[in-house]
Each structure stands twice: as structure tokens, then as C-alpha cells.
Design a binder for this molecule. Structure first.
Ligand code: PRP
Length: 213
């Protein structure tokens, strides 16, 4: 049978994901070599894996190009794709928050119109809908904290990890939307067809999370 394919998220989550896979019995050392290769394999573990942008990981998994994926809960909530979320990996911990200048709190309560800047328009839309509010939502790709500073939006919906980006720009958390951490996800068809292999891998990773070596 062919190797199981795992899509990993580039950037902040990559280092901890590779460390967790290594400890779960998958050799990832080929990935640390200075190479332009895009896909790596541990033939003994019958696993191959690749790094992709966070937003793309659920797409690879839903369409079965990868059997499994590691991606933040923020991306899963935003993209609402059809896959199984099987493990909370307990790293990449941060919070999805509504943030802005301290005066933003009054504006949110006032019932006046306001604008929200975010990388996560769907999460923002759903959060404000629960508050019975329908603000204008502006989708940006990064440096979201700039938006209230330069007057593009009144508040932002964004990830807060240490809080230092907010602090250094005079912004504060106005409300918490939800906690965020890295998750292991599985393609639905793969889960049926390759149940035994995938369950073994989930167990190995789960055991490592419970009893870290
Ligand atoms: C994220 C997020 C915040 C920042 C929060 O941005 O969008 O800007 O990290 O982290 P902190 O609470 O530890 O300061 P990222 O660094 O991923 O880059 P981006 O702004 O280009 O999206």
C-alpha cells in the first residue's frame, strides 16, 4: 500500500509538528536539510509529508491529496471544510480576539455602525451575528493591527498569542472569540479506507501528547 500523506503547516507550527512526529516514530530529518524538495518520506514508517501554507492544508486534506493534516483551529473555523478533526495537539496555543483601541468597547455596545478588519471574515461574521451585529467586514492578509491605527477599521478580529503586537500599538483585547491550537485532521474517505494505519498513527501521536518523552 502507498505511504500515508500528511500535510503540515509552514511557519509557526512547523517546528513543534515535526518534533511531535519524530517522537511519534516518524523520521523527519530529511526535512531539515537545505533542499528545494517539496515532499519528504519516511519509508520505514510508510509516511510521506509536505509543508503547505496554513490556508491550503484543509484543502489538501478534504480533497484527499493528503490523508492527514496539521493546522490551526483558526483556519478550520474559517474554512469550514468537510474533514474529521481528531486530535487537539495542544501547541500553537493562542486566542482569537476582537481587539481595538480601548474606546472600541463603547462603540461595540453603542449600536452604531462599525468596520472590522480581519484575516478571518467568516469567524468575524459569525461572532458578530451572535451579538446581533452585522458590521462591514474587510478582509486583509496580514498586519491586521494596522487597520485601526490608520483608520481603515474600528476594530479587528485576529489571533493574539503573547499580546505584544497589541500592546506595542496601544490596542487592547475587547472580547475573546475562542481559544485556538493546532489540530490533527483526517480526510473522511481515508479514515474509512485506511482506518487501521490512520488509527495507529493517531494513537502514536495521542500517546506522545499524554506521555511526552
Ligand atoms: C499574528 C497575528 C498578530 C500576531 C499576534 O500575526 O495576526 O498580528 O501574530 O501575536 P502576539 O500576540 O504574540 O503579538 P503573524 O505574526 O502571524 O503575521 P501577520 O501579521 O503577517 O499575519
Amino acid at each position: 500500500m502507498s505511504a500515508l500523506t500528511i500535510a503540515l503547516t509552514k511557519g509557526r507550527l512547523a517546528k513543534k509538528t515535526l518534533a511531535l512526529l519524530e517522537k511519534s516514530g516518524i523520521r523527519c530529518d530529511e526535512m531539515y536539510t537545505n533542499t528545494r524538495k517539496l515532499i519528504f518520506e519516511d519509508p520505514d514508517a510508510k509516511v510521506r509529508f509536505f509543508l503547505a501554507k496554513a490556508d491550503d492544508v484543509p484543502t489538501y486534506v478534504e480533497y484527499g491529496a493528503a490523508d492527514l493534516g496539521v493546522v490551526g483551529k483558526d483556519v478550520l473555523l474559517e474554512k469550514q471544510m468537510d474533514l474529521f478533526e481528531v486530535l487537539d495537539l495542544k501547541f500553537g496555543n493562542c486566542r482569537m480576539c476582537v481587539a481595538g483601541f480601548p474606546e472600541g468597547a463603547g462603540l461595540l455596545q453603542s449600536g452604531a455602525d462599525f468596520k472590522v478588519a480581519t484575516k478571518y471574515p467568516e469567524i468575524a461574521r459569525q461572532y458578530f451575528l451572535k451579538q446581533h451585529q452585522m458590521p462591514e467586514i474587510l478582509k486583509l492578509s496580514g498586519s491586521i493591527e494596522l487597520a485601526p491605527i490608520v483608520g481603515l477599521a474600528d476594530v479587528i478580529v485576529d489571533i493574539v498569542e503573547t499580546g505584544s503586537t497589541l500592546r506595542e500599538n496601544g490596542l487592547v483585547v475587547l472580547d475573546e472569540v475562542c481559544p485556538v491550537s493546532a489540530r490533527l485532521v483526517v480526510n473522511k474517505a481515508s479514515m474509512k479506507i485506511r482506518h487501521e494505519e490512520i488509527s495507529r498513527l493517531i494513537r502514536a501521536i495521542g500517546n506522545q501528547l499524554e506521555n511526552p518523552s
